[in-house]
Design a binder for this molecule. Structure first.
Ligand code: ARG
Length: 491
């Protein structure tokens, strides 16, 4: 049949190139299921409001379920988007006198905005699950390494001893905030634009609350012009994904460094490695490198979204079609990266002996030595800092004698005369004792880490509950929609 959209106002059909240029059909694969759900909910509401007849409603609903079963492939890809292609398929099935009534009081503008939000909501839920799994893996691994010594870095220079648990938990804490940000973004995604129609709402007596409920949205995007025009929710999500990807990229970067011969802290599982086509000995951390690279893509999609939306007048503009695929690329990348990182971390081999040996390389206990001088002899920290700095410059293991001779120069008296003993020095230079002393909130002392890990566990349990509640409410809304559809189909 002829194009149901263009047969009125327009004559010339777009040629292949223009169709390819203007069509969103390929990207609309993402919203196929959502579009069916939106059509079902809208049709149910039209009937309940007496806008379409019971028998027409039944036929439309049956047609929609059939189209859902057939899948996206059965649709006509010569249409410019899924909405009109799907309507055309429905009209093919049930005739225009019935199927032609479905789009009453609706525009593709509110339709597409609703579809994007429905799909994105599912994706965000999936991402929450994946982030949860990654955080859980980090916390579990940390639980096994509260006493695994390693050097901590600043400026990528050995700085102070810490533990692997402490380091892993630092990443987990950042990912915990990403988790919170996804939840927060969810609350602004899960709002319903349907009923806004083209932008000025409609003279049909639609029940917007009803479609909102049938689709399991938490509320309405009330102003009908805002509802079809705004894509700030996409910008917000792309920003959340960028932040997450940057956190993952920093982890990936460490995995790359840590698996180098220079560091040799870990070995990634072969599954995540590649080799060279010429250098047979190579084991390269390609998967982690790609994660760094994909972060660039995530940030790029955010820039695309910002730039596409900038300067658009109200209300709907077709430019917005160009915005949507960016969010799919970004969410797909983010979700995959969270899953892959979980596997990489869970399966990596940890070289505890190297980590422990390196924990004191570069005089990482210098801070503790200076602190010991302060605590035991009462000298100011700045003076202790100078003494230890001079000792560090000489790069010798500081003996009591050496300490005293430097102190004589700096202070005019020895530190042993102020009560410093060899035992105190020895303890200050011991990485284990360094760790054990750092037991204030958030420090690496095993005792404090255990306490911290307990709190993270509790937080994770709470998050698990929150995900379950979210999934439940989405699932039960969808089940309810299908139940109502079944009932109206039979009537
Ligand atoms: N494919 C379009 C989009 O993604 C559908 C929305 C409405 N199209 C229109 N010409 N008003 O934005």
């Amino acid at each position: 049949m002829s194009n149901i959209l263009r047969r009125g106002r327009l004559e010339a059909a777009p040629d292949k190139e223009i169709l390819h240029y203007t069509s969103s059909m390929e990207a609309d694969r993402w919203i196929f299921n959502a579009d069916i759900a939106v059509d079902l909910a809208h049709t149910v509401m039209l009937r309940e409001q007496g806008i379409i007849k019971e028998e027409d409603c039944g036929k439309i609903l049956s047609g929609l379920l059939k189209i859902r079963e057939e899948g996206m492939e059965k649709l006509d890809f010569s249409y410019e988007d899924i909405h009109i292609s799907l309507e055309s398929r429905l009209i093919d099935m049930v005739g225009e006198d019935v199927g032609g009534r479905m789009h009453s009081g609706r525009s593709r503008n509110d339709e597409v905005a609703t579809c994007i939000r429905l799909t994105l909501r599912e994706e965000l839920t999936g991402l929450l699950e994946e982030l949860f799994a990654l955080r859980k893996t980090l916390v579990t691994l940390a639980g096994k390494h509260t006493e695994t010594l390693m050097p901590g870095f600043t400026h990528l220079q050995h700085a102070q001893p810490t533990t692997l648990a402490h380091h892993l938990c630092a990443h987990e804490a950042a990912l915990g905030r990403d988790f919170d940000r996804v939840q927060d973004a969810f609350s602004r995604v899960n709002l319903c634009p349907l009923g806004a129609a083209a932008f000025a709402s409609t003279g049909f007596n639609l029940n917007r609350k009803r479609t909102q409920e049938l689709l399991g949205f938490d509320g309405l995007l009330e102003n009908s012009m805002d509802a079809v025009s705004s894509r700030d929710f996409l910008i917000e999500c792309a920003s959340v994904f960028s932040n997450l990807m940057i956190n993952l990229s920093r982890m990936a970067e460490e995995l790359v460094i840590w698996s180098s011969s220079e560091f040799n802290f870990i070995e990634l599982d072969d599954m995540y490695a590649s080799t060279s086509s010429i250098m047979p000995q190579k084991k390269n951390p390609d998967t982690a490198e790609l994660m760094r690279g994909k972060t660039g893509v995530a940030v790029g999609t955010l820039m695309s979204l910002l730039t596409i939306c900038k300067g658009l007048p109200l209300s709907y503009n077709r430019d917005l079609q160009e915005a949507t695929p960016n969010i799919w690329r970004s969410v797909e990348n983010s979700r995959a990266s969270a899953r892959v990182m979980e596997g990489m971390v869970r399966t990596m081999k940890i070289h505890k002996d190297v980590l422990a040996a390196q924990s004191t390389t570069g005089f990482t206990t210098a801070t503790e030595l200076a602190d010991t001088f302060v605590r035991e002899t009462g000298i100011p920290f700045r003076t202790a800092h100078q003494i230890v700095g001079i000792l560090a410059k000489e790069m010798e293991k500081p003996t009591m004698e050496k300490i005293d001779s430097v102190a004589e120069v700096v202070l005019g008296e020895s530190l042993s005369s102020r009560g410093l003993t060899e035992k105190m020095v020895k303890e200050a230079l011991d990485p284990v004792s360094n760790i054990t002393r750092r037991k204030i909130a958030g420090g690496p002392a095993p005792e404090e880490m255990q306490h911290y890990l307990g709190k993270r566990q509790t937080e994770l349990e709470l998050n698990e509950q929150e995900i379950a509640t979210l999934k439940d409410s989405i699932d039960s809304a969808f089940e309810n929609l299908l139940a109502v559809v079944e009932e109206y189909r039979k009537a």
